[in-house]
Unconditional design. Structure first.
Length: 312
């Protein structure tokens, strides 16, 4: 008799569950945002603590900028030195060009003298002494050598200037990079979030790109639940659902933004006698009050406007 009564009670509960609106079991999931600095260094300031809420733009921590600041100053000093060298090279180039112009004038003069002597000798043999012609020829050769040397000096000065300009460009890039890294030594919260964890304390050494603060952005908190394969079409992206959990404010809702493309068996985390061996689809929804939810928290999901009983 007692067994029969228990069976009736169980049947009644199950019957009410099937006659009422569907209730889906799920939990809260989140994707953390890990804040790090691109350069290794000592943590010399920490502006947040675990559990604290921060707004977008709030400072989080700072790596000691002493070493990187010295590097930026050194790069700027090298740029200044390169600019001074470039100015000296420009002056040397101007002198070399002036020397080349003077050497070319001397070449033109000595060649003209030699040609005049040779022309006179052709018109009348013996009108010009052979020694005078030899001296004019030697002067022309010497003038050409001086001109060629001046041209080499011009080319060398031009090459130094090109190299100096390249050094200045590279040095400026180094200064910009060092200053950019300096600005990244004290990252700020990119969005409103809750501080999930702080991995280092003031005085500790943090490696480059090592997470120092873990943030849980409001927009990365979602409700994940599972719907039987026969009901998944009733919950396309954009569908509103009601969300309830222990200790949560009443009236919470969420809006579906993702539906899995493949079914799966009910995950162990929500496995029960009522859902065993069911094929389900995972659905994620963005809650209306993400700050009221905690990752891992179990939740119940119901349709906002149930269209009728589930008579399957």
């Amino acid at each position: 008799m007692g067994a029969a009564v228990c069976a009736l009670i169980v049947w009644g509960v199950i019957g009410r569950q099937h006659r009422g609106p569907p209730v889906f079991t799920g939990y809260v999931v989140a994707r953390n945002l890990y804040m790090a600095a691109p350069t290794a260094g000592t943590i010399d300031a920490l502006s947040v603590q675990r559990g604290q809420r921060v707004e977008a733009g709030a400072p989080l921590f700072r790596i000691d900028p002493t070493s990187l600041g010295a590097r930026a100053d050194q790069a700027a000093a090298q740029v200044d030195q390169s600019q001074a060298s470039l100015a000296a090279d420009n002056a040397a180039l101007n002198r070399s060009r002036a020397a080349l112009a003077a050497a070319q004038v001397e070449v033109d003069r000595t060649v003209a003298d030699l040609n005049r002597y040779l022309a006179a000798e052709r018109e009348k043999a013996g009108s010009v002494a052979g020694q005078q012609i030899d001296q004019a020829r030697a002067a022309a050769v010497s003038a050409r050598r001086q001109r060629d040397a001046a041209a080499t000096d011009v080319s060398a000065a031009s090459a130094r200037i090109a190299a100096g300009r390249a050094r200045i460009q590279g040095g400026r890039a180094g200064v910009i990079d060092a200053r950019r890294q300096l600005s990244q030594l004290a990252p700020a919260a990119p969005v409103a979030a809750r501080v999930e964890d702080v991995m280092y304390q003031v005085g500790e050494w943090a490696a480059a790109n090592a997470p120092v603060v873990s943030l849980l952005p409001d927009g990365q908190v979602k409700v994940r639940f599972y719907v039987p394969e026969g009901m998944v079409n009733a919950y396309p992206p954009g569908t509103a659902v009601a969300v309830a959990c222990d200790g949560c404010p009443t009236g919470m809702t969420a809006r579906v933004d993702y539906v899995a493309s493949r079914p799966e068996y009910t995950p162990p985390i929500i496995y029960s006698l009522a859902t065993r061996d069911k094929l389900v689809f995972m659905i994620e929804a963005i809650p209306s009050a993400p700050r009221s939810l905690t990752p891992g928290q179990p939740i119940d999901v119901r349709p906002v406007h149930p269209s009728g009983s589930d008579n399957r």
